[in-house]
Design a protein around this ligand. Structure first.
Ligand code: ADP
Ligand code: MG
Length: 242
């Protein structure tokens, strides 16, 4: 089943055209890794998928609903899309569990107890059950990022977007975060992951998209893209990062 479809997506900031006619289709349960040089438009692409950026042209269709159709309830569609950023953006004045409960309390028609129980079980999943009542400042970067993942999952999204979730972490923290993401992938979550972790992309992605200069230059299963890239630009990039 097609979960997400992007047709002729364009995005400009003023005169700067950042995304130039992107086309992509993501099936339910697929894990897509997006790689490419800095400035190629990867973050902008993700942000267009959940309407954090207003698109300039083309279409983004999620579960057969067109994000650009003014009659659609964009906020409802967005509730089904979780996003995790490079910088975790936890609320410093709230405890870990309060951070996780905040959005569902505001947006979901559930009792506090249900929301709390789900938050606790998510903390268990990310290996941080004992941190529920701590404040973010007492956590390591890797722990904060795992809380941010739990917070996104608390809304029970069916698509998760990750924008370089491990880029700001000390190397020894990266593994724990990738492990949580891999578990999520195994459980069947539809995921789009912008990453520089080529090992993760090789192992976990169903498909890898290589972006450069606002275009999808090439895409394919990791084995094909990493071992038999078709385009010079892909080869050049992989030579630099592998
Ligand atoms: P990547 O994530 O691949 O590094 P980005 O999507 O962040 O690339 O950026 C792509 C291009 O768009 C860059 O040239 C960047 O400077 C520009 N850009 C991104 N966001 C904005 C913005 N809000 N206003 C103006 N230019 C932007
Ligand atoms: Mg980026």
């Amino acid at each position: 089943m097609t979960k997400l479809k992007v047709e002729h997506l364009k995005k400009s900031f003023g005169d700067l055209e950042v995304l130039k006619d992107l086309n992509a289709e993501v099936q339910e349960g697929e894990v897509i890794c997006i790689i490419g040089p800095s400035g190629s438009g990867k973050s902008t692409f993700l942000r267009c998928l959940n309407n954090l950026e207003e698109i300039t042209g083309g279409k983004v269709i999620i579960d057969d609903r067109d994000l650009t159709d003014p009659s659609q309830n964009i906020n409802k569609i967005r509730e089904n899309i979780g996003m995790v950023f490079q910088h975790f953006n936890l609320f410093p004045h709230l405890t870990v569990i309060e951070n996780i409960m905040l959005a569902p309390k505001e947006l979901k028609d559930e009792s506090d107890e249900e929301i709390r129980n789900r938050a606790l079980s998510l903390l268990e999943t990310v290996g941080l059950a004992e941190k529920a009542d701590d404040y973010p400042k007492s956590l390591s970067g890797g722990q904060k990022q795992r809380v941010a993942i739990a917070r996104a999952l608390a809304m029970q999204p069916d698509i998760m977007l990750f924008d370089e979730p491990t880029s700001a972490l000390d190397p020894e923290m990266v593994g724990d975060v990738l492990e949580v993401m891999q578990k999520l992938a195994r459980e069947g979550m539809t995921m789009l992951v912008v990453t520089h972790e080529m090992g993760f992309a090789k192992e976990v992605a169903d498909r890898v998209i290589f972006m450069d200069g606002g275009y999808i230059v090439e895409e394919g299963p990791p084995e094909q893209l990493f071992n038999h890239p078709q385009h010079e630009r892909t080869k050049d990039f992989l030579d630099k990062v592998l």
